[in-house]
Design a protein around this ligand. Structure first.
Ligand code: KDO
Length: 336
């Protein structure tokens, strides 16, 4: 395999040498800070954008002068989903990537892109902070050259429609142009909901809803608020189809070049940021229904069992499920 075609491995040695020089050498450490460029598509007002400032403050206090944290929001540095390749190429030092990004390279991770697998935020954190997380993060490290520092709760994804309509079962979404992020794993999720999934970058969703090039989008309620999707939509259908996650990570080369104290400080800062995001987001999800109603949206509850049945059946019959390690679904279900 050509090294050029596989950015996950091509820059490993070069980047490792550069990092070893800048971090292992006490002299260099005194002179240069470890650059930590962060890229996210999140808007400034969303909790998983604000959490980066929490990480930066924590790290600046714990390790003064050692890290140069640079936060880039709104996909201004790299487009959504391009972060893993940017990290592999040595152009980015930190990101929060999704299970969908990971599943492209580590197919078994697609179990977390499937609707109605993770039950709630507590279940999510238990799964990823326990033995399942350890095993799968090892695979991610081997195949993507990334070290996972902390999982975080992105929120529970709900259906958000431009025009109000009765939504009881997936059949009611027939022909609805549902925007999903642009990968086949995301599009599959959209299709399992009964809609016609159409790819669009996060930054274009507001305009797409406003002009009618799409009929609907799905995101957690805190994002509906922070990205102001409520201004251009009329209904939320509480499908709760995906308890969604992100994973704060850094390239292995960067991680391996840090000393033990720096590793602890960086991981603690990432975990603190994730906890901040999770707490705010969980609180928001309970309070935002009232806010969205006040904005004039109708909030409806579909037959969630019908959605669950249809989505789970579609996944279990798909090629995705064929590569899920045997027993993993049962272990996830048994995690309490
Ligand atoms: C989105 O594009 O709908 C999504 O919610 C997908 C997530 O994986 C993540 O990229 C998120 O957008 C961005 O961080 C913006 O909130």
């Amino acid at each position: 395999m050509s090294t050029q075609a596989n950015p996950y491995f091509s820059r490993r040695t070069l980047l490792g040498t550069a990092l070893a020089l800048s971090i292992h050498t006490p002299h260099a450490l005194a002179q240069s800070k470890q650059l930590l460029r962060i890229s996210t598509p999140a808007v400034a007002d969303d909790w998983h954008a604000r959490m980066w400032t929490v990480l930066k403050d924590k790290l600046d206090k714990a390790a003064p002068g050692q890290f140069d944290v640079q936060i880039n929001l709104n996909a201004s540095l790299f487009k959504q989903g391009a972060e893993p390749v940017a990290m592999a190429r040595g152009n980015l030092e930190m990101a929060s990537i999704s299970a969908f990004d990971i599943a492209k390279i580590v197919p078994e991770f697609s179990i977390f892109t499937a609707g109605y697998v993770i039950r709630d935020p507590a279940h999510l954190m238990k799964v990823f902070n326990g033995p399942i997380g350890v095993e799968l993060f090892k695979r991610v490290s081997e195949k993507m050259d990334l070290t996972m520092l902390s999982p975080l709760y992105l929120g529970t994804r709900q259906l958000n429609l431009r025009e109000a309509r009765p939504v009881r079962t997936p059949a009611d979404l027939k022909g609805v142009k549902l925007r999903m992020p642009g990968s086949k794993e995301w599009l599959f999720l959209g299709e399992t909901l009964g809609a016609t999934a159409t790819p669009l970058a996060f930054g274009e969703v507001y305009l797409g809803l406003k002009t009618g090039t799409i009929d609907a989008q799905d995101n957690p309620l805190p994002t509906v608020r922070s990205a102001k999707f409520y201004e251009v939509t009329k209904q939320i259908s509480l499908t709760s189809h995906l308890v969604d996650s992100l994973f704060i990570c850094v390239p292995n080369t960067l991680w391996n070049a840090l000393n033990a104290e720096q590793k602890t400080k960086l991981q603690t800062a990432a975990q603190t940021a994730a906890q901040y995001n999770n707490a705010q987001r969980i609180k928001d999800e309970t309070e935002l229904i009232a806010f969205l109603k006040a904005q004039g949206l109708s909030i409806t509850t579909p037959d969630v069992d019908a959605f669950r049945k249809s989505v789970q059946t579609a996944y279990l019959q798909s090629d995705y499920a064929k590569v899920w390690p045997s027993g993993l679904l049962e272990r996830i279900n048994a995690t309490r």
